[in-house]
Design a protein around this ligand. Structure first.
Ligand code: NAD
Length: 392
């Protein structure tokens, strides 16, 4: 099958296996050039391991730390007629590379919110790993079924309190325009917290601990985005921000509840980057394009793998890492500093459809977006027939 990108709105509905392999290899090569981590995790569970920040976490743990990794993801396998999802091919690529490097890797494909997948994970840990010393929680999902009640919850991307009007970039029509978003009602806020808040992270830790598979002094982190004035109306102070606030509650509760085993539970704030999750958030494509341009001009741009390698090496695994006033680990300091934000804010009011390509890095944004699905990689021949049926 010759595979060309099929972009529908903010998603690409197919993926290229060779491109995804190239993407994983590039990330592995980056962490290898950075060298071994000073503190190495041994047995790492990555929940949301197949794309974005979770995949980068898995690659860093394995290829800079020599860790055995068990990954959980929710991806579609390929068929004769349809390609698999990018996360499917990334996971296959990760397995292939890990095997070649003599590294243990197993992945479980299914709904991480369910009791069944948690139980299957625990069985695998007991059989293969004994205990886990690092749990990365990197799920991004628009829906969650409560495993006890069976009730399905859907998250919403809306402001809270007041309506918001903001500039945005329509990736379909390729125009810069104003959008007005009505505030969420209480149900929508509560449902977003139910999906993207800390409840499932706490459930994972509870079930892992009850099964006796968490090592003493185990570390766990979930990922958040805080942002500044330009994104706060639609992110930090919006429904998704409320869910992220709930992660702060959960990390404090986890530390307290599992003090006996010395659990260290952090929320880590990461830089905004192009991923499948961030592409779906209004205003983010515009903000990220301008921020990329400013950060590239300043020579301080970072993608997922640079952020995560930096996190593992400087904060996450350290005995006593620097934390902010809310006990979070911060990897977003450069993006959110006044100088960078001031430069983005200066450009923001002047951006129009006509000058967007010049003022912002939409080219870089779009290329990164296509790369998420294995397209746009140099050295991959996209006119060649490839077999979509890749297994792991
Ligand atoms: P992503 O869409 O690239 O990855 C999501 C992962 O979750 C995938 O591995 C997917 O398979 C998995 N997943 C989704 N639903 C699942 C389910 N029901 N069961 C099992 N696996 C499931 O997202 P991302 O952008 O890497 O986001 C990861 C975390 O990082 C999120 O908490 C996000 O808020 C946070 N974050 C993202 C950004 C950003 O700019 N992208 C910035 C800061 C923080």
């Amino acid at each position: 099958m010759v595979i060309k990108p099929k972009v529908r709105g903010f998603i690409c509905t197919n993926a290229h296996p060779t491109g995804c392999l190239t993407s994983v290899k590039e990330q592995i090569s980056y962490v290898k050039t950075q060298g071994d981590l000073s503190v190495k995790p041994k047995n790492v569970l990555v929940i949301g391991c197949s794309t974005g920040y979770g995949l980068a976490s898995r690659i860093t743990a394995a290829f800079s730390g020599g860790a055995k990794t068990l990954g959980i993801c929710f991806e579609k396998p390929p068929s004769e007629k349809r390609t698999g999802t990018a996360g499917w091919y990334n996971t296959a690529a990760f397995h292939q590379q890990a095997k070649a490097a003599g590294l243990y890797a197993k992945s479980i494909n299914g709904d991480a919110f369910s009791h069944q997948i948690k139980a299957q994970t625990i069985e695998t840990i007991k059989q293969d790993l004994g205990k886990i010393d690092l749990v990365i929680y990197s799920l991004a999902s628009p829906r969650r079924t409560d495993p006890d009640t069976g009730e399905a919850y859907v998250s919403t991307l809306k402001p809270v309190g007041e309506p918001v009007t903001s500039k945005t970039f329509d990736v379909n029509k390729k125009v810069v325009h104003e959008i007005s978003l009505e505030p969420a009602n209480q149900d929508e806020i509560d449902n977003t917290i139910k999906v993207m808040g800390g409840e499932d992270w706490e459930l994972w830790i509870k079930e892992l601990n009850n099964a006796g598979v968490l090592a003493d002094n185990c570390i766990t982190t979930s990922y958040t985005y805080i942002g500044k004035e330009l994104t706060q109306p639609i992110y930090g102070r919006a429904t998704i921000g409320k869910a992220k606030e709930d992660l702060d509650r959960a990390s404090a509760a986890l530390k307290q509840d599992y003090a006996k085993i010395g659990l260290k539970a952090y929320v880590t704030s990461l830089k905004a980057v192009v991923t499948q999750a961030s592409s779906a958030i209004p205003v983010m494509p515009l903000y990220i394009s301008l921020m990329y341009q400013v950060m590239k001009d300043e020579g301080v741009h970072e993608g997922v793998i640079e952020q995560i390698y930096g996190l593992f090496e400087t904060l996450l695994l350290a005995e006593t890492p620097a934390m902010d006033e809310a006990n979070r680990l911060r990897m977003d300091g450069v993006e959110t500093n006044d100088d960078i934000q001031g430069k983005i804010k200066a450009i923001w009011p002047t951006v129009t459809t006509e000058n967007f390509a010049e003022l912002g890095d939409y080219k870089g944004y779009n290329q990164d977006f296509l790369k998420l699905f294995g397209f746009e990689f140099e050295g991959v021949d996209y006119d060649t027939d490839v077999d979509p049926l890749v297994e792991w």
